[in-house]
Design a protein around this ligand. Structure first.
Ligand code: GLN
Ligand code: ZN
Length: 722
C-alpha cells in the first residue's frame, strides 16, 4: 500500500525560512541569496519526502502564504518581482490577515474586485521541472474563492470563470494535488451544485486530480464521489463522520481513497493498530487505498529528536518527521510486520502527570461553581462607587513595546548569563517607568506592560504543572512569525502565583488602579497541543481553577481589576456550526468558572481580538464579565452593527486604534469610531482603548497615539457630559 504525505513544514530545522527572509527584509542579503536559500530549503523538503514516502506534492513551498500565491497565479495581484510580493504581505499594500479555518495560522485574504482572471504564473511548474518528481500542488478554486473577499458573494459565475483558469494551469501536468479544505465546511445545496459544475470544467484538462479535504468530514460525500477525480483524500482523525458516511454511501471503486490517519494537528503518536483496523474496514469499500496524514503537517514542529523532554512524555510524541515514519509503520503493519509498531506504541497509553487532587476538584464541581454570587446589575453599582472612574474610562490591553533591550535581557536570563535578581530588577524598572508614563499621559486604568512575558500562552504554560514547553518546537503563525505551542500532557495545577509579583509591584507604584493580566483557558488550549485522554472541557476547567487561585492572590494584594484575555474564543469554534453548541458550552463555562470565586468588588474584564463578532455575540454575553474590549479600528467600527439587535448592557471598550499598523492614531478618527458606537451603546458603559496589546509597536508610535487617545477622550467627555 502506498504512502502519500503533504504539507511538510517549510520553517527548516534551524528556522532557516525565517532567518533568510528576514535577512532579505533587513537588507542583509541580496535577492539572489534569498532565492538560493529558499530554494535549498524547498529541496530539503522534497528530499525528506522522497526518502520517506511514495508520493507527495511539489510546489507547496511559499515565500509567505499560499493563498496569496494563488491570487498572484490568477492575476488578482500583479507581482513582477519579489519586492512587490512582500509589499502585499507586509508593506503599504498589505492584504488583510485572518485565521485559516479553526487553526492559529493566519493567511492573507485576497480581495477579488473583478471577474477578469489571467494565468500569470504557474507556480508549481518551476519546482516540478527542477525536481522532476512530486504532484504539482494547488489550492482548489472553491477554497480559494470561499476564503477570499469577493465583490460578489457566493457567485457561481466567478467560480466557473476561475475554473477555466485553473484548467489552463493544471493541463500542463499529468496529475495534480488539489487542496479543498473548504469542502469540510457546512455548505449550501447551491454551493455543492457550483462545486460540481466547477470540477466538470476542470475535467477538460485531462489531468488526474488528487483532491484533498481535511480538518473535518465532508457532509456531501455522496456528491463528492460523483466528481471526476482520480483520488480523494479524507481526514479520519478530525473528520470522525467520514467513516460513517462511507458506510452509508459506499465508495466509487474507480477512485483511490487517500486515508488521513496520522494527525497533522496534534502531537500524540498514532495508535498504529487502530489505524490499520480503520484501513481494513475501508478495504471493504475501496480497491485502492493510500496511507496519508490527516491535515497538512505544517501545524507540527519538524522533529521531536532535538527536544529534551521527560522520557515518559517523549515516547508519546510525534512531530512532522515522525509522522512520516508512522505512515511507513502503518504500511509495514499491514504487511504483517508488527514488531516496530508495537515498539513505537509502547508508551502511548501510559498515564503521565496525573494529579488526583486536581481530578477530584474537577469531579466535585457543582453548578454554582460556574456562577458569580452577586449578579452583574449589582456588581455594576459596587464598581461604580469603588472604582470611581470618569465617563469613558481609558485603558490599554496589556502589553507595551517589547524592544530589543527587553528581549536581550530575557535571552541573557534564559541562558543564565544574568542572575534572577538582576533580571527581576530590570523588569521592575521597566514597570516603574511604564507606570509613570501612563500617569503622565493620563490613562485611567493602568497596566504593568507584560515585559516579562514572551508569549501570552507559553509564559503561563511554563508556570503551570502538567504542561511541557519545547526548545525548538516552532510552527508558523503567519509569514515568518513562529511560536512554540506548549504540550499539555497531565493534570494542570499552579505550584505558585504566576503574575502576582509584577502586578502587585506595579500597583505599589501608583494611586491609580492597575489591572491584573491573565490568559484565559480557551486561548491557552487553542494555541497549544492538548491531551486527548480526557475531554477538552476538563482540561479547560483545570486551567480555570488555576486562574481562580491567581485572582484570589491578586485580591489579597489589593488588585481591583482583572483582565482575562480570550483572543482565540471565536477561532477555536469548530468548522461546522452544528458542533458549536458543545464547544461554546465549555468555552463559556470555563470563563465563568475562572471568575466565579472573585469578590463582587473585583471588576472582571475580558479581551478578544475582532473576528466575526456578529456570529457569537449571544455566547459572549453568557460569559458574565463586567467589561469587554474588542478590536474595531481596522473595520472602522463596522463591528458596531453586531450590537444593534441585542440588549448589550455590559461595559465595553471598542478599539479605537489599529495597533496592527504603524500609523499613529489620529484624534478625528478615534472620535468618529466612538461617536458611531454611542449611537447604539450607552455612554456610561463605554471605555476607550486600543484594539489590542502594543507589544509589536514602537515607542515612537505608541506615545503619540496614546496621547491622541486621551485628547480625543477629553473632548468627547466634554461633549457627552452635557
Ligand atoms: N494582553 C495581551 C497583550 O496585550 C493580549 C494579546 C491578544 O489579545 N492577542 O499583548
Ligand atoms: Zn487582542
Amino acid at each position: 500500500m502506498k504512502t502519500y504525505a503533504y504539507g511538510y513544514p517549510r520553517l527548516g530545522r534551524g528556522r532557516e525560512f525565517k532567518k533568510i527572509i528576514e535577512s532579505f527584509w533587513n537588507g542583509k542579503i541580496s535577492k539572489r541569496e534569498l532565492k538560493k536559500g529558499l530554494g535549498k530549503l524547498e529541496e530539503e523538503i522534497i528530499y525528506t519526502y522522497s526518502k520517506n514516502v511514495d508520493l507527495f506534492p511539489v510546489g507547496e513551498f511559499t515565500y509567505y502564504d499560499n493563498m496569496l500565491d494563488t491570487a498572484v497565479m490568477l492575476g488578482v495581484y500583479n507581482c513582477p518581482e519579489v519586492n512587490f510580493y512582500f509589499d502585499l504581505c507586509r508593506g503599504k499594500s498589505a492584504l488583510d490577515m485572518t485565521k485559516w479555518f479553526n487553526t492559529n495560522y493566519h493567511y492573507l485574504v485576497p480581495e477579488i474586485k473583478s471577474s477578469k482572471f489571467k494565468v500569470s504564473w504557474n507556480k508549481p511548474l518551476k519546482s516540478y521541472k527542477k525536481f522532476k518528481k512530486g504532484t504539482p500542488y494547488f489550492i482548489g478554486p472553491f477554497t480559494f474563492l470561499k476564503l477570499s473577499k469577493c465583490y460578489k458573494k457566493n457567485s457561481e459565475k466567478i467560480l466557473l470563470k476561475l475554473a477555466g483558469k485553473y484548467t489552463e494551469l493544471i493541463s500542463r501536468f499529468n496529475r495534480v494535488h488539489i487542496d479543498e479544505p473548504a469542502f469540510c465546511m457546512e455548505l449550501s445545496k447551491k454551493e455543492i451544485q457550483s462545486i460540481k459544475k466547477c470540477y466538470k470544467i476542470l475535467e477538460k484538462s485531462g489531468t488526474d486530480i488528487y483532491l484533498f479535504t481535511y480538518y473535518d468530514s465532508v457532509d456531501f460525500l455522496d456528491e463528492l464521489l460523483k466528481l471526476d477525480v482520480k483520488a480523494i483524500g479524507l481526514d479520519f482523525v478530525h473528520g470522525e463522520e467520514n467513516i460513517k458516511l462511507i458506510k452509508k454511501y459506499g465508495w466509487d471503486r474507480k477512485k483511490i481513497l487517500i486515508t488521513g490517519l496520522v494527525d497533522g494537528r496534534n502531537v500524540w503518536r498514532t495508535d498504529i493498530k487502530k489505524a490499520v483496523s480503520t484501513i481494513k474496514t475501508l478495504k471493504k469499500y475501496a480497491d485502492e487505498i493510500f496511507i496519508s496524514n490527516a491535515g497538512p503537517l505544517w501545524h507540527l514542529p519538524i522533529t521531536i529528536k532535538s527536544e529534551k523532554l521527560p522520557a515518559k512524555l517523549g515516547v508519546k510524541l510525534a512531530f512532522a518527521e515522525e509522522r512520516l515514519y508512522e505512515l511507513n509503520l502503518i504500511a509495514k503493519t499491514l504487511n504483517d510486520e508488527t514488531k516496530k509498531a508495537a515498539q513505537w506504541c509502547k508508551g502511548i497509553n501510559s498515564s503521565f502527570g496525573k494529579n488526583e487532587t486536581v481530578r477530584r476538584k474537577i469531579k466535585n464541581l457543582k453548578k454554582n461553581d460556574f456562577k458569580r454570587i452577586v449578579p452583574f446589575s449589582i456588581r455594576k453599582k459596587i464598581h461604580k462607587k469603588l472604582l470611581n472612574l470618569p465617563l469613558f474610562p481609558t485603558t490599554t490591553i496589556g502589553s507595551f513595546p517589547q524592544t530589543d533591550d527587553v528581549r536581550k535581557m530575557r535571552a541573557l536570563y534564559n541562558r543564565k548569563e544574568i542572575s534572577s535578581p538582576e533580571y527581576k530588577k530590570f523588569i521592575r524598572n521597566k514597570i516603574k517607568e511604564l507606570v509613570r508614563l501612563q500617569e503622565d499621559i493620563g490613562l485611567d486604568v493602568l497596566v504593568h506592560g507584560e515585559f516579562e512575558r514572551t508569549d501570552m500562552v507559553e509564559f503561563f504554560a511554563k508556570k503551570l504543572s502538567g504542561i511541557a514547553t519545547t526548545k525548538n518546537g516552532w510552527i508558523i503563525s503567519y509569514g515568518t512569525r513562529g511560536y512554540r505551542p506548549p504540550i499539555f500532557y497531565g493534570d494542570i495545577s499552579r505550584p505558585k502565583p504566576m503574575t502576582v509579583d509584577e502586578i502587585a509591584f506595579a500597583q505599589s507604584q501608583t494611586k491609580k488602579i492597575v489591572k491584573g493580566m491573565l490568559t484565559g483557558p480557551v486561548t491557552m488550549i487553542a494555541w497549544s497541543y492538548i491531551r486527548e485522554d480526557i475531554p477538552t472541557n476538563e482540561v479547560a476547567y483545570q486551567l480555570s481553577l488555576c486562574i481562580q487561585e491567581e485572582i484570589k492572590d491578586y485580591e489579597k494584594k489589593g488588585i481591583k481589576i482583572v483582565q482575562i484575555d480570550e483572543p482565540a474564543f471565536r477561532e477555536k469554534a469548530p468548522i461546522k456550526k452544528r458542533h458549536w453548541k458543545k464547544y461554546f458550552d465549555w468555552a463559556v463555562k470555563s470563563f465563568r468558572l475562572s471568575i466565579s470565586k472573585a469578590k463582587p468588588e473585583t471588576q472582571i474584564h475580558s479581551h478578544m481580538c475582532y473576528s466575526e463578532f456578529h456570529t457569537i455575540i449571544k455566547q459572549i454575553m453568557e460569559m458574565d464579565f463586567d467589561v469587554i474590549s474588542i478590536e474595531a479600528a481596522r473595520s472602522h467600527g463596522d463591528i458596531i452593527n453586531a450590537f444593534e439587535n441585542v440588549k448589550f448592557n455590559r461595559q465595553i471598550g471598542l478599539g479605537v486604534w489599529d495597533i496592527h499598523s504603524p500609523a499613529i492614531a489620529e484624534v478625528p478618527k478615534i472620535k468618529k469610531i466612538v461617536r458611531r458606537a454611542l449611537a447604539i451603546l450607552a455612554k456610561e458603559n463605554f471605555w476607550i482603548n486600543p484594539d489590542c496589546g502594543l507589544k509589536t509597536r514602537k515607542w515612537e508610535e505608541t506615545i503619540p497615539s496614546l496621547k491622541n487617545l486621551i485628547k480625543a477622550t477629553k473632548s468627547l467627555r466634554e461633549i457627552y457630559s452635557k
